[in-house]
Every structure is written in structure tokens, then in C-alpha cells.
Design a protein around this ligand. Structure first.
Ligand code: BG6
Length: 489
């Protein structure tokens, strides 16, 4: 199916932290894809700024090199036009260097201006403040920030205050890149563009929901950040709770940003608290030890972060409740971890079993229907149904999936999340971004879990790299008579 590209008005995109990992690995490749698809209108400009002294030409060469490294630089004309848009200025975010030149570069053109802070979160507030002091933001200028937005509710509120002092909330784009993933958006299409699911999307028909984000990688070169963060703050506070919101929210009145975000916020506020009274029944945290992962020996987490006494969790499993009419009594099981045997993210909606068995299907009875939404890799949707095995020999039943692979159905590789998100931010469409109150509500849920863990005095349970996390995470779901979805093909 041909993709449709809607042109974007000329804009200036400023990437703070322009020589950093996020910029090179994600932002420039995503922007280049948009160039290739013909989305930019002249005279769109992109500028990297960072403390490092570098000429425009050297920076352009470094972007060219990264694109080549990721096998992206094959399209001659688009590549040249993309590189020609790119500029660079050395600038000290917290000092004096470069700000005058930067203001001159921006000029007073009325073009849309987007400031992307691909920096550590400690620089979000100072950079926003400085943009304000230097009068570089107009009422239409946008600021784009990445998680982590703070390390708890209090620090998130401080960052939000600083951003809000200079930019209108509608111009603050807080990225959760999971919301830019195609299948995550497809979850909304599935729920709200099909009349089939909504009538059964509630506790009368749904038994439980599982959300898994499994990674095979360890913490790589991000040890310093990760050791301060851990899986709960790195993955659950943002990506996983956002996925949960999209599954659990009420149908919004429209796709308009606030209509959508109002509904997600209600879900976050309905989460049953996990605190010292129930943390040991509802949560499991783990930390990987040495093992065998990705076909080779893998070191322990403590070795990876060079901290032999670290008690940061690299795995977390939670059993959550959404305390409202739709979901009362339906558990949501979440798990995420590093150094697990496979990389995949999926949402499993487990329906209730048929109320009465007329077929003989062994001791376990007829398996329940399941809807599996595969976020990555191999994006697609499977609806597991019971059918009669073809042929004679009586009524033998089988559990088989109605299987839709997006790659097979549409023949196209899904665009990277950042492509969509960057263009949405430039266009001013905030539907796929988190509003201030959502971020703070997510922290309000997560902070007591961390406090309860700290109070318990327990350390994370060990699991060998290359395994499915601590045995207790399997017990978390199995003691309710359910199992983690184990169909990964
Ligand atoms: C990031 C986390 O937000 O998401 C990383 O900080 C994690 O620790 C990554 O690896 C996962 O993203 P994806 O798109 O590879 O699933």
C-alpha cells in the first residue's frame, strides 16, 4: 500500500546535545527518512548544538558517517539535500559561549521553531530558562524533551515548572517513543475503529491483560544512567504504563490531544496503589547475574555497571488493578527486563473461558480466546480462536490464531517511532505525547513502589542472564491460575 506523505511547512529544528548518542542513533536517521519521503519544504533547517568545538562541515560529515553506518545513505539526491539543511554551532548550555551566534542563526523569521533537548534531564530546566531569557521562543515555538522527566514526582514537577515558565503546555512535547510505534497506534485503531471489540472490552469478558517488554541486551554503555534508574523508572513509569493506558482507557470523544490524554490520565489515577502493605504480593524485582545470552557468555549486571554492591533492578513484574467500573477485578500483569532470552514487546488480552462446555477437551477444558498485539519485532495481531480440526474422526478442537502480520499485509517496514513523533511535534500535534499531569500521575503510582522496596530491606532477586527473570515472577501470575503467554514464534 502506498504511503502518503503530507508536507510539513518550513521549520527550524534545533538539537541540543547534537553530537550525542540519541541524536546520531535516532534523530538524524529519522529526519533523513522524512527527507527521503519528501516531507520537508524548503527552507527547512536543522542545527546541532553542543559544547563540542566543531565546524559545520565536520558535523555534516559526522552525520553522513552515521547514516552510512546504519546503511541509510544510499539515496544520493535526498542525502545531499538533507546534509545541506544541517548546520552546527558550539554552545555551552549553562555558560555564555555560543548564545549570541545561536540567536543570530535563528534570526527573526516567523518559521516554526522546535527545540529538541537530546541532553541529560539535568539540563532541561537550565536550557528552557535560557531560551526564555534570550527571547528565543515565540508563542508558537515548541520544546521537545525525552524521558526520564525527573527521577520521581518532585523532580518531575520541578522540570515541568521550568518548561512551563517559558513554553505553553500545548507546545511542550514529552516524548515516550513507545507511543510512536506503529502497533501501539494500531491498538487505538483496533479498539476504536472496529465495533467488534468494544462491547467485550471489560471485566465481563476479559479475564486478564499481560504486557511484556522483554530485552536481550544488558545495560551496554548506559550503566551510569541505568544504575541510578532501574527498570521501574526506566520502563514501567513511562512505556509500560502508557501501553496499559491505551488498553484500559475509555473511548475518547476525538483524537484531539487533550481528549485522548484526559482518558489516559483517568486510567493512571485509577491504578490501585502498591505500597508497603501489598508490595511483596504484587511486585517482583530482579537483577541479572552472569549467564548465557545472545549466544555467548554474559557478565552480571554488577559487573556491567562496575558496582559490586548495586541493588538496582533490571527486571520487574507487577500485578496491577485498574479500579473502575470497566476493569474492577481484572488483573493487569506487567513484566520487563534486560538480558531475557528474547527481544519482544506484546500485549495479551486474555478473554474469559466459555461458560459451559459442550465439547470434551481434556482435563484443562477449552482454552480461552486471546488477542495478542505484537508491538515488536514482527508487528502484528493474532486472535486465538477454537476451531474444529478438519476431517473425519469426530469433533476435535484446536486453538489456532487468526494471524495478521503487518509486514505481510502491507509489505512495508514500519517507520521508526521518531519519524512520526518529530513530525507531529513540528506540526503541533500533541496526541502522542505525554501531558504534564500524566507524567506526574505516573510518578505518583511508581514512587510508593520504590519507597516500599526500600523499606522492605530486601534486594532484587537474582536471575541468570538469558532466562525469564526470577522464578517469583512466574509464581506472581501462576498463583492466580494463569500463565505468561509463551508463544513467541
Ligand atoms: C528506553 C530505555 O526508553 O527504551 C531503554 O531507556 C530501553 O533502557 C529502550 O532499552 C527500549 O526501546 P525499544 O524501542 O528498543 O523497545
Amino acid at each position: 500500500m502506498a504511503s502518503k506523505t503530507i508536507k510539513v511547512e518550513p521549520f527550524d529544528l534545533v538539537v541540543f546535545g547534537g553530537t550525542g548518542d540519541l541524536a546520531y542513533r535516532k534523530l538524524f536517521p529519522a529526519l533523513y527518512h522524512r527527507e527521503k519521503s519528501g516531507q520537508f519544504t524548503d527552507p527547512t533547517r536543522i542545527i546541532g548544538v553542543s559544547r563540542r568545538e566543531m565546524s559545520r562541515e565536520a558535523f555534516q560529515a559526522s552525520v553522513r558517517e552515521t547514516l552510512a553506518k546504519f546503511g541509510e545513505a544510499e539515496d544520493g539526491a535526498a542525502l545531499e539535500s538533507f546534509i545541506a539543511r544541517i548546520d552546527y554551532l558550539p554552545l555551552d548550555a549553562t555558560g555564555e559561549k555560543g548564545w549570541k551566534e545561536f540567536a543570530a542563526w535563528l534570526g527573526d523569521d516567523a518559521r516554526i521553531r522546535a527545540f529538541y533537548l537530546a541532553t541529560g534531564p539535568d539540563l532541561f530546566a537550565p536550557i528552557a530558562k535560557r531560551i526564555g531569557e534570550e527571547n528565543l521562543a515565540s508563542p508558537s515555538s515548541r520544546i521537545i524533551v525525552e524521558k526520564p522527566i525527573g527521577h520521581d514526582g518532585v523532580s518531575a514537577a520541578a522540570i515541568n515548572d521550568a518548561l512551563g515558565a517559558v513554553f505553553l503546555e500545548k507546545n511542550i512535547f514529552r516524548i515516550d517513543h513507545y507511543l510512536g510505534k506503529e502497533t501501539v497506534q494500531n491498538l487505538m485503531a483496533l479498539r476504536f475503529a472496529n465495533a467488534l471489540f468494544e462491547p467485550v472490552w471489560n471485566s465481563a469478558h476479559i479475564d486478564h491483560v499481560q504486557i511484556t517488554v522483554a530485552e536481550t541486551l544488558g545495560v551496554g554503555g548506559r550503566g551510569a544512567y541505568y544504575d541510578e534508574s532501574g527498570a521501574l523508572r526506566d520502563m514501567v513509569q513511562n512505556h509500560m504504563l502508557q501501553l496499559l493506558c491505551l488498553v484500559a482507557m475509555e473511548p475518547p470523544a476525538s483524537l484531539e490531544a487533550d481528549a485522548l490524554r484526559d482518558e489516559k490520565l483517568k486510567v493512571l489515577k485509577s491504578l490501585s496503589p502498591i505500597n508497603e502493605s501489598n508490595v511483596s504480593q504484587l511486585s517482583v524485582r530482579g537483577q541479572y547475574r552472569a549467564g548465557f545470552a545472545e549466544g555467548a557468555h554474559a557478565d552480571s549486571y554488577q559487573h556491567d555497571v562496575a558496582n559490586q554492591t548495586s541493588d538496582t533492578e533490571t527486571f520487574v513484574a507487577l500485578k496491577l488493578g485498574v479500579a473502575n467500573w470497566r476493569w474492577a477485578g481484572v488483573p493487569f500483569y506487567l513484566r520487563t527486563g534486560k538480558r531475557l532470552p528474547q527481544r519482544f514487546s506484546e500485549i495479551v488480552v486474555g478473554f474469559r473461558r466459555v461458560p459451559h462446555a459442550i465439547f470434551d477437551h481434556g482435563a484443562d477444558g477449552i482454552p480461552a480466546n486471546r488477542l495478542v498485539i505484537r508491538v515488536q519485532p514482527d508487528e502484528g495481531i493474532k486472535l486465538w480462536l477454537m476451531i474444529k480440526e478438519p476431517g473425519p474422526g469426530g469433533m476435535r478442537l484446536q486453538h489456532v490464531p487468526l494471524d495478521m502480520s503487518f509486514a505481510e499485509a502491507f509489505g512495508a517496514k514500519s517507520p521508526e517511532a521518531y519519524e512520526r513523533l518529530l513530525m507531529d511535534a513540528v506540526r503541533g500535534n500533541a496526541s502522542l505525547f505525554m501531558r504534564r499531569d500524566e507524567v506526574e500521575a505516573a510518578w505518583a503510582f511508581v514512587d510508593p513502589i520504590r519507597a516500599a522496596w526500600a523499606q522492605s530491606g530486601e534486594t532484587p532477586r537474582p536471575y541468570a542472564a538469558g532466562t525469564w527473570g526470577p522464578a517469583a515472577s512466574i509464581a506472581l501470575i501462576e498463583r492466580d491460575g494463569r500463565t505468561w503467554n509463551e508463544e513467541f514464534e
